[in-house]
Design a protein around this ligand. Structure first.
Ligand code: MG
Ligand code: MG
Length: 249
């Protein structure tokens, strides 16, 4: 069942979402060759506490960290490690969420580390753009799958593929609420979007084939062909007047 949020509740969600957006902006400064993925996690832990929030992912179904860090062929849910040192040419997806006053915010960005290939940069830019094309479909009376259709149509036109196994979601007093928000689908299908829906839209786009698998750590999803994957996410509120990207700072 979709939990619609009142304007007051959306206002309350804004704080959690701004904290997430702010920390993701700050973390970009740290993403450099020589930094470990555990360093990024520690930074998020510290800043979350300083801003009076709680990590949303730590302990969620047993996830061991504050930040999901997914490097190169890792798609999502990478576990930070002191042993994983970033190097020039890597791309690093940082997926981050907090709880503030009982409300969740969730957002992700993919950063380049040092100098990356043109093809890696193009994948990052296309994934970012696909997120915004999806968000533009968040209009009252539009169909839910128009979001995924816009994402899929754009990235497939560039020769990329859309991950099917992981999707976006409603968000509010829980991290994952109804409805699921796939990054693929047919225009004109799916439920009608209503004011008060708050959706975490999160395209995961692969340079090669769409197949992914989960590693033996039980969390890290990687592309089966080991080609790069990128991920962007925003928490978006649908209102009478359009949409508001709550995690944008
Ligand atoms: Mg996320
Ligand atoms: Mg999410």
């Amino acid at each position: 069942m979709v939990q619609l949020k009142s304007p007051t509740e959306i206002d309350q969600m804004r704080t959690a979402c701004k904290i997430v957006g702010q920390i993701l902006v700050e973390i970009e400064e740290l993403v450099k060759p020589g930094v470990s993925t555990a360093d990024l996690d520690l930074f998020c832990q510290t800043r979350t506490k300083e801003l009076g929030a709680k990590p949303a992912f730590k302990g969620y179904h047993g996830f061991p960290a504050t930040l999901c860090v997914s490097v190169n062929e890792e798609v999502v849910h990478g576990i930070p490690s002191k042993k994983r040192i970033l190097k020039s040419g890597d791309i690093v997806g940082c997926d981050f969420g907090v709880i503030y006053n009982g409300w969740y915010g969730d957002s992700a960005k993919t950063f380049r580390v040092g100098e990356v290939t043109d093809s890696a940069m193009k994948l990052i830019e296309a994934t970012r753009k696909s997120l915004y094309l999806g968000i533009e479909q968040c209009i009252v009376g539009s169909h839910l799958f128009n979001i995924g259709h816009a994402v899929q149509n754009y990235v497939e036109s560039l020769g990329y593929s859309v991950v099917r196994e992981f999707v976006g979601h409603g968000i509010g007093r829980s991290l994952h609420e109804d409805p699921q928000v796939p990054n693929f689908g047919a225009r004109g299908k799916g439920m009608l979007l209503k004011p008060g829906m708050v959706l975490a839209i999160e395209p995961m786009i692969n340079m090669g084939s769409p197949e992914v698998k989960v590693l033996s750590d039980g969390w890290t999803a990687v592309t089966v062909d080991r080609k790069y994957s990128a991920h962007f996410e925003h928490t978006v509120a649908i209102t009478e007047n359009g949409y508001e990207i709550l995690t944008q700072v």
